[in-house]
Design a protein around this ligand. Structure first.
Ligand SMILES: Nc1nc2c(ncn2[C@@H]2O[C@H](COP(=O)(O)OP(=O)(O)OP(=O)(O)O)[C@@H](O)[C@H]2O)c(=O)[nH]1
Ligand SMILES: [Mg+2]
Length: 219
């Protein structure tokens, strides 16, 4: 079954969350527009973008919800967790506090408000700041594994792994078959999501150093 846009086979809601300044908007800007700005403004509330990828002979559209990391917008974000097939939780590799908040805040919020079968990818951004790194690959990978998430390191500045992180998330949503078709925007609802005609293949390792096992959100 196709959507009214004949070019799109599947549509997934993806929420991007994490502390203010970790580079969420920059990652989306790099993925969607292949652009980067050194000076950005904090996101107000929630922004929306979309981009499609080709996978398994299908066109998959990602509706990407860019949430504000600032504390004053925290009342808004949970309603967007509710409709997400996938979540990208971002921290700044050069700022340990943003990594600690992933467990204390972002993953617990996702478990509380998110869909039980949502797929999580943990992203350590700003990998270009090599001398300022405060979290090792091993530590972040183990943390991701503990939470049933994929892990990837990116740089919105030099574009390293950005496309790969978003497409890995979308591909793994596709491979894990979303159980509940969900709608985020009741005014302009996405067309119904139909479970894909494939099952997850556990012999295909995820593109992550965290684990070779297929992982699901344990929220
Ligand atoms: N060096 C480096 N700087 C980055 C990278 N990604 C983002 N930045 C910078 O980090 C700052 C914050 O980026 P944003 O994308 O606005 O951060 P955000 O997570 O969207 O912040 P909020 O909207 O407040 O939640 C900006 O100055 C960006 O230029 C990166 O990969 N490397
Ligand atoms: Mg932002």
């Amino acid at each position: 079954m196709q959507y009214s846009d004949d070019n799109i086979d599947f549509l997934y809601n993806i929420i991007v969350a994490g502390d203010s300044g970790v580079g969420k908007s920059s990652l989306i800007n790099r993925f969607v527009r292949n652009d980067f700005r050194l000076h950005t403004k904090p996101t107000i509330g929630v922004d929306f973008s979309s981009k499609d990828i080709s996978y398994d002979g299908k066109r998959i559209l990602g509706k990407i919800w860019d949430t504000a990391g600032q504390e004053r917008f925290q009342a808004i974000t949970p309603s967007f967790y509710r409709g997400a097939h996938g979540a990208m939780i971002v921290f700044d590799l050069s700022n340990r506090n943003t990594f600690e908040k992933v467990e204390d805040k972002w993953i617990s919020q996702l478990r509380k408000y998110g869909e039980p079968n949502c797929i999580i990818i943990l992203v350590g951004n700003k990998s270009d700041l090599v001398d300022q790194r405060q979290i090792s690959v091993e530590e972040a990978s183990q943390f991701a594994q503990k939470h049933g998430a994929y892990y990837m390191e990116t740089s919105a500045l030099n574009a390293s792994n950005v496309e790969l992180a978003f497409s890995t998330l979308m591909q793994n949503i596709y491979n894990n078959k979303p159980l509940h078709p969900v709608v985020v925007d009741p005014v302009n609802p996405p067309l119904t999501v139909v479970p894909p005609p494939v099952t997850f293949d556990p012999t295909k390792p995820p593109a992550t150093p965290a684990t070779n096992q297929p992982n699901k959100c344990q929220c």
